[in-house]
Structures are given as structure tokens and as C-alpha cells.
Design a protein. Structure first.
Length: 561
């Protein structure tokens, strides 16, 4: 039979988690038509000897909602083997949204997900209000598959207007929210996302947090009608609160017959026992018929910060936070004022990030220097402070002042201090891979590299997962949980989303800063290693040698029936 594509001689990891085998994959019309020994010819034949062919990886926790408007490839996802993304997490999507609330949502998005205002505003040309109109606005230019979630905060704002930020909903408003959610699910939403923790640009709870239990229950009833999923962000830094939230999700899962997922399950050096306690509670609720799946990121956090704007780094440092909010000239004056500098020095000595992560600012280094600090690139604040005979806070401030605050600093490998412990958690069938935050925090930390790090650290390094198990966690495990149709397996009839990679080389690549955002904005991204070729619905979308192609065969993926 004549096919469009045959991948020959590969190590086939089909996504099921079962043993791999040497064989071929045949593709026609964007679908897999044969797996195993494929005879006949094809328009294109790829010899993958020595390489793995697997279903395209799925990223269940992204914030590419805005980026997809100007970049239908969701770069750099494809470079990491990702062929399907789920945007719209943490109660925030870009629809449904009335025109009068665009600036409010933009400010909230930029605060929570740390997106540069100039890039966010320049890249978005609002052409939608309903969820269906948003989907139509991005559909035509997609080079990657998108399974969008709708945000609970957006549904509240759509129905209640500004009151969504002020009070509980009435019974009539809850009924209207149910119908709004139905419309979003019919228009292509894969599920609904919520949050119990996030705050907006005015430091007020996001609208989803004002929902009474009966409101969330009513919306989950609608999710149950469609077989859709609930994603939520709990108090992931506190074991007792997290277990209470797991119990709530379990009750909703059993009552409405839905899957629930929360993100992240985070290993904090301030609460090293938390993950183990949470896992035991998940096992208990699973044994009683609930489906509550945590998302754990595989990689440590590489943090970046500067003094140009508020960042999560300063969220528990009130004087630093207030300083970054100031207009530029006022900020410069404050940073030079001895009395104000004394406040900043005092605060930085007793610091813990809001996620319960303890860090030492002395370990920070000059990551992206301005023109006057090129000679300091890579130097630590500890060394610079010692050389200048000053406090670490003064070193951070003075180096930044020398370049009109354009200097960016870095902190590497935060969290995940005990990788052997993380390896055991990731090997647990009840723990999923996710919480990567692709598209968010673009000047704060690079949010990609989870896929490669899973293989390099935990397959090749700790050997707690096989290649087959790692592929399963990145493919069918996620597709099955989220109800993503015809993806996640190498199986005849399924979409031909394929990744070819070198199992001995796949890894997260170097972090770099790139000036590829609208309005000359920059961001940090990670390149990948070992990803050879990526196909989306049967067409090559990326290759290591050729980079991105012109193919735009991405789709809004439907829920499984």
C-alpha cells in the first residue's frame, strides 16, 4: 500500500508502557495506519535505526493562551517533543471574556503568569468574546495541537461582571455559569481549571476563589455531563491544607464521575515530608473510587529576577515588591536612598519564597548583564559583594543601577534537592507529569525541559523508570486522564503525532535568552537535546537539523467520547 510516511527500523515505544520492539510505523492522511512490520512504499521514508519512535508528548499544564495568538507553534514546545498542549490552567483562559474586562484579565494574567506587559499587549489583537470565537481565532495558524481548558474565573466574570471579584454567586448566577460552561465545552474546551491560591494584580483573590462549595459542585456536575476534567491549584506548600483539598477533589470526582488533577505537587526543602503525606492521601482516596492525580514537574527551578517589574521572587519581601512597582525614576531614587536601602537589606536576610522554598540571594549570579556589567556575567552576588565590601542587597542594587536596572540575575537548581526521592515519586503510577507552566514566567524562569530531564535524570540516571514507562507518563497517561481523543498511543486509527528521539541523548538543553516576543520583548527558554524529528498529524513540524517547518497541521483536539 502507498503511504504518506513510513518510519522504519525504530525502537517502537507505543505509549502503553508495555515492552518496546523494533519495527515500523506507517502513516496516511494524518493517521497511523500500521505499526509493526509495514510493507509497501511511501512518499517519505525515515530510517530511525538506533532511535525511539513514540507518540508525541503531551504537556497538560501550560499558559500559551496569549502566545498562540501570534505563535501557533507555541515555541519551544515542539523542540522538546511536545505535540499537544493544554493552555487555560489556574482558573485563567482568554475566553469567554467581554470587551470591558480585557484590561482586567490582561493585568491579572500578567501578574500571576509574569508576562511582560509590552509583549502581552502588542501580541494580542482581541477578536473574540466567546470561547468558540477564541478557538476560531487561533485555529488557522496552529502548528501544534491544542486542548484548551476554560478558566473558572472567566466563567464567573462572564456571568457576574465585576461582582465576580466581590461576592458569592446567587442560585440564578450559578445556573447561568453552568450554561456558560456547557457552551465552552461544546466549543472545544477540554475541561475547567480553577485555583484556591492565586491573587490578581491588585492582590485580591482571583474570582474562582470566591466561589462557595455549591458553585464548584454545580460546575463539576456539568463537567460530569461531558466527561470533562477539573484542574485546580491548591495550597501546595502545606501538607494539611493540601490533604484537605485532595479530599474535596475526591468527593467531587466520586459524586460527578469526573477526573480531577491538581498542580503542582512540589518537593519543598522547607517541607520535605509533604509529598509523601500527599501521596498517602491520594492512595487512600483512589482506593475509595476517586480519581485525583497530582502533576509533578521533573526539573528543578532555575529562577531569574531583575528590578524592572514585580516578580514572584519578591512576593514575600514587601519593600522589594513595593520598590519594583514604582515608576522608573522614582524607583532609581529609592534604590539610591540610604534609608530605603536599609529596609531592603533587612528584608533579604530572612527570605522564603511563597511556595515554601528557601533560597540564599548570595548564590544569585549575573545572568543577563547590561552593557556596563558585561564583565560581571556569571559572577555570584556573594563574590561581587565580597569584592566591593558591601552587603549582598547592595551588590544586587548597585550592579543593576549601573545599567539602569537592565541587569538580570539567576538562581539555579532550586527545589528537588533530593533527586533520588523525586525519582521514587515520579515512578509512582498515581503521580503524573506536568506543572511545567510553558508560556508563563518568561522573564522569571525557563519553563521547558521537563521531558528531556525525565529521561536524563530518572531513566538514565536513577534508573527508576524505563524508557517505556517514561514515554507512557508523557503520552497515554496524560491523554487518558484528560480525555484527549485518539492521541497518546501508536495505534492504527490514532492521530500521527510522533516524536523520534535518541534515548541515550535526550535531555534538557541549555537555557538561553531570546528576543522573540512582540514589542522587542525577551524571554528565557530552554533548548532540547536528543529530539530528532517531530510530526504533528502526519506532517513534520520540527527536526533537529532543519528546525521548524512551515507545516501548520495542528488542531483543536476533541474530547474522547
Amino acid at each position: 500500500m502507498s503511504l504518506d510516511l513510513i518510519i522504519r527500523n525504530a525502537r517502537v515505544c507505543d505509549g502503553s508502557g508495555g515492552p518496546s520492539f523494533t519495527g515500523d510505523v506507517g502513516v496516511r492522511g494524518g493517521r497511523i495506519v500500521a505499526v509493526g512490520e509495514v510493507s509497501g512504499d511511501a512518499a517519505e521514508v525515515v530510517d530511525a535505526k538506533g532511535l525511539v519512535v513514540a507518540p508525541g508528548f503531551i504537556d497538560p499544564h501550560t499558559h500559551y493562551d496569549a502566545q498562540l495568538v501570534w505563535d501557533g507553534l507555541a515555541q519551544p514546545s515542539l523542540e522538546h517533543g511536545i505535540t499537544t498542549i493544554v493552555p487555560g490552567n489556574c482558573s485563567l483562559s482568554l475566553a469567554p471574556l467581554r470587551a470591558e474586562h480585557r484590561e482586567l484579565l490582561g493585568a491579572t494574567f500578567r501578574k500571576i503568569e509574569e508576562m511582560p506587559k509590552n509583549a502581552f499587549d502588542a501580541g494580542l489583537t482581541w477578536k473574540w468574546e466567546t470561547f468558540g470565537e477564541y478557538v476560531d481565532a487561533i485555529r488557522g495558524g496552529l502548528g501544534i495541537n491544542v486542548a484548551p481548558a476554560v478558566g473558572h474565573s472567566l466563567i464567573r466574570l462572564w456571568v457576574m461582571g465585576d461582582d465576580a471579584r466581590e461576592r458569592a454567586a446567587t442560585d440564578d448566577e450559578i445556573a447561568a455559569m453552568q450554561e456558560a460552561l456547557r457552551e465552552c465545552l461544546r466549543a472545544g474546551a477540554i475541561g475547567m481549571s480553577g485555583s484556591w491560591v492565586d491573587i490578581d494584580h491588585e492582590n485580591r483573590p482571583v474570582p474562582a476563589r470566591l466561589a462557595e462549595p455549591k458553585e464548584l459542585d454545580a460546575l463539576c456536575a456539568v463537567l460530569g455531563e461531558f466527561g470533562a476534567i477539573l484542574q485546580i491549584v491548591p495550597e501546595f506548600w502545606d501538607a494539611d491544607l493540601l490533604c484537605a483539598r485532595i479530599d474535596i477533589l475526591a468527593d467531587l470526582s466520586r459524586k460527578h464521575g469526573i477526573s480531577t488533577t491538581f498542580s503542582p505537587l512540589f518537593d519543598s526543602n522547607a517541607a520535605p515530608e509533604l509529598c509523601g503525606i500527599a501521596l498517602e492521601r491520594i492512595k487512600l482516596q483512589t482506593a475509595h473510587g476517586a480519581r485525583v492525580v497530582p502533576q509533578m514537574q521533573t526539573r528543578p527551578i532555575d529562577l531569574s529576577f531583575d528590578l524592572t517589574a514585580p516578580m514572584s521572587t519578591f512576593a514575600t519581601l514587601p519593600s522589594w515588591w513595593a520598590t519594583t512597582l514604582m515608576p522608573h525614576d522614582q524607583k532609581l531614587a529609592a534604590l539610591r536612598d540610604p534609608e530605603h536601602r536599609a529596609k531592603l537589606k533587612a528584608e533579604i536576610e530572612h527570605f522564603m519564597m511563597p511556595i515554601g522554598l528557601q533560597i540564599d540571594f548570595a548564590d544569585a549570579f549575573v545572568k543577563r548583564p547590561g552593557p556596563n556589567s558585561k564583565h560581571l556575567e556569571g559572577r555570584t552576588i556573594r563574590d561581587i559583594a565580597a569584592e566591593r565590601g558591601c552587603h549582598i542587597a547592595e551588590a544586587i542594587i548597585d550592579v543593576a543601577l549601573e545599567d539602569d536596572l537592565q541587569t538580570s540575575y539567576g538562581l539555579e537548581a532550586l527545589g528537588h534537592n533530593d533527586t533520588a526521592k523525586i525519582a521514587n515519586f515520579l515512578a509512582e503510577p498515581l503521580i503524573g507529569i506536568g506543572a511545567g507552566d510553558g508560556g508563563a514566567h518568561v522573564t522569571n524562569f525557563s519553563t521547558y525541559g521537563d521531558t528531556g530531564y525525565l529521561f536524563s535524570q530518572y531513566v538514565r540516571g536513577h534508573k527508576t523508570l524505563s524508557v517505556e514507562q517514561a514515554v507512557h507518563k508523557l503520552t497515554w497517561d496524560i491523554a487518558n486522564l484528560w480525555g484527549i481523543k485518539d492521541r497518546g498511543l501508536l495505534k492504527p486509527g490514532y492521530a500521527a503525532d510522533l516524536v523520534i528521539f535518541d534515548p541515550a541523548a535526550i535531555d534538557r538543553g541549555p537555557e538561553i535568552s531570546v528576543d522573540d516576543l512582540p514589542a522587542d520583548g525577551f524571554r528565557y527558554i530552554r533548548r532540547a537535546a536528543g529530539i530528532e524529528q517531530v510530526f504533528v498529524n502526519g506532517r513534520r513540524a520540527y527536526s533537529r537539523d532543519g528546525g521548524y517547518t512551515e507545516a501548520r497541521t495542528g488542531a483543536i483536539v476533541p474530547m474522547a467520547a
